[in-house]
Design a protein around this ligand. Structure first.
Ligand code: UD1
Ligand code: MG
Length: 453
């Protein structure tokens, strides 16, 4: 038996004027990832045959962000029914289930969508399945009106609802699943005789009932249906999203010492027995493997931390960095585009950029790679078992071969051969007794000044 296909249509033509932004609303990030990307992920989890995104004119950046999925342009924003109508040419002859989502409702979870698909395919063969919810304050959501048999009869938009209808607590969450074969007929039957003069997709329910087709409601969590119209609402969703990420990390075996102070990106991955201290930020593209310890006040972007490594407190790890197994990265160390082999250490006050550090090497306090000459970036190659003394300056491009030993405060500007010592600093000179004489003279000068007043 072949699986019945699913098509997902994401409505994202809304301009989002209340965001007061040059960026289309659905590209505003949640957990560092555009809202529409979260919706795409939820849709993709159902393994759909196709995903179609409905955008407004000039929203090329959205089309680019959702590629390779297809986009269609809804020319005028004439309502959610009109938006789905714009996608119909890409659904021509599609006889599976069509799921409609919103680009500005990023907390939707695949399990909620699966329940809707299951209901669509279940008893009674409903033409339309609507996600319902019961928010504490039903506000201006559309209301779901049920028949005596418990089936869905009609959706009434808040603006068009009577006081009795407004008193209904069961609201339209927005997500809908349609029988693809009957969808064109439903869309064709939608008019715009209502308070907003728009083509409401919600009217598809009344159109279906008029034809004698059943419609059903699947109730789901309000959280899944929360939408974003302003930056304040976006911040509220971010809080919920962070809560989900924190819970998932802990359920997967990581310890967060103060969960509310650890910030995740949508793609952050923490292994088992990872210990994360207070006030840590994971930007996009971070993976921390089993048993690693992240001490307080660290910031990560584009980094892999391998098993058993210890990072921080106060470390900044930037894109392109791989910290090998069991490495130690200490306070005020910045790493960028740098690979550290297993067991390497940089414990204090260093900048390692565009560099490779071999296993077991020790980078002393204050070591700086001079990776940028004002025009180009250059690599510093440090072999295995190398010792770099404190306050050394490594002028890239430069190589420190295996087992090299760099004396403290050396400026390294050429290759240090294997197992060799490099020292480049002004030799020390001791002037015996000079400090005592200097102090005596300075004290006398100060005393003379004091007596003069
Ligand atoms: C819609 C529902 C309402 C439901 C609520 C849940 C309708 C008529 N009403 O109302 O019953 O309670 O969602 O949040 O559907 N869009 C387009 N093109 C358009 C209009 C909208 O792409 O011409 C997109 C928007 O970008 C948005 C989504 O469709 O992502 C929903 O539109 P919105 O205007 O937010 O609908 P609501 O008034 O909230
Ligand atoms: Mg809305």
């Amino acid at each position: 038996m072949t699986q019945r296909p699913i098509a997902c249509v994401i409505l994202a033509a809304g301009k989002g004027t209340r965001m007061k932004s040059a960026l289309p609303k659905v590209l505003h990030p949640l957990g560092g990832k555009p809202m529409v990307g979260h919706v795409l992920d939820a849709a993709a989890a159902l393994d759909p045959d196709r995903i179609i995104v409905v955008v407004g004119p000039g929203m090329d950046s959205v089309a680019k962000a959702v590629a390779p999925h297809s986009t269609v342009v809804q020319q005028r924003q004439a309502g959610t029914g009109d938006a789905l109508a714009a996608a119909l040419p890409l659904l021509d002859g599609f006889a599976g289930d069509v799921l409609v989502l919103y680009g500005d409702t990023p907390l939707i979870r695949p399990e909620t969508l699966r329940a809707m698909i299951a209901a669509r395919r279940g008893g009674g063969d409903p033409a339309v399945v609507v996600m319902g919810m019961r928010p504490a304050d039903p506000g201006s959501y559309g209301r779901l009106l049920l028949g005596s048999d418990g089936g869905l009869e009609r959706i009434v938009e808040f603006l068009d609802a009577s006081p009795q209808e407004r008193a209904v607590g069961l609201c339209n969450a927005g997500f809908m699943a349609f029988d693809g074969a009957r969808l064109p007929a439903l869309i064709a039957g939608i008019g715009n005789d209502n308070a907003k003069g728009e083509y409401y997709l919600t009217d598809a329910v009344a159109v279906a009932r008029g034809r004698g087709w059943r419609c059903a409601v699947v109730e789901g969590p309000v959280e899944d249906a929360l939408g974003v119209n302003s930056r304040v609402e976006l911040a509220g969703l971010e809080t919920i999203f962070q809560g989900r990420m924190r819970r998932a990390a802990m359920e997967n075996g990581a310890t967060l010492l103060d969960p509310d102070t650890v910030y995740f990106s949508a793609d952050t991955r923490l292994g088992r027995d990872v210990l994360v201290g207070q006030n840590v930020v994971f930007g996009p593209g971070v993976r921390v493997e089993d048993g690693a310890e992240i001490k307080p006040f660290c910031h990560f972007e584009g980094v892999v931390v391998k098993a058993g490594a210890q990072i921080g407190p106060y470390a900044r790890l930037r894109p392109g960095t791989v910290v090998g197994e069991g490495c130690h990265i200490g306070n005020f160390v910045e790493l960028k585009n740098t690979n550290l082999g297993a067991g390497a250490k940089a414990n204090h006050l260093s900048y390692l950029g565009d560099s490779d550090v071999g296993g077991g090497s020790n980078i002393g306090a204050g070591t700086i790679t001079c990776n940028y000459d004002g025009f180009l970036k250059h690599r510093t190659r440090i072999g295995g078992g190398v010792f770099v003394g404190s306050n050394s300056t490594l002028i890239a491009p430069v190589t420190l071969e295996d087992g090299a030993y760099v004396a403290a405060a050396t400026v390294v500007s050429k290759t240090v051969p294997a197992d060799s010592l490099a020292i480049a600093r002004v030799p020390q000179e001791n002037r015996i007794g000079t400090a005592a004489r200097l102090r005596e003279r300075k004290r006398a000068e100060k005393a003379a000044k004091a007596t003069k007043g």
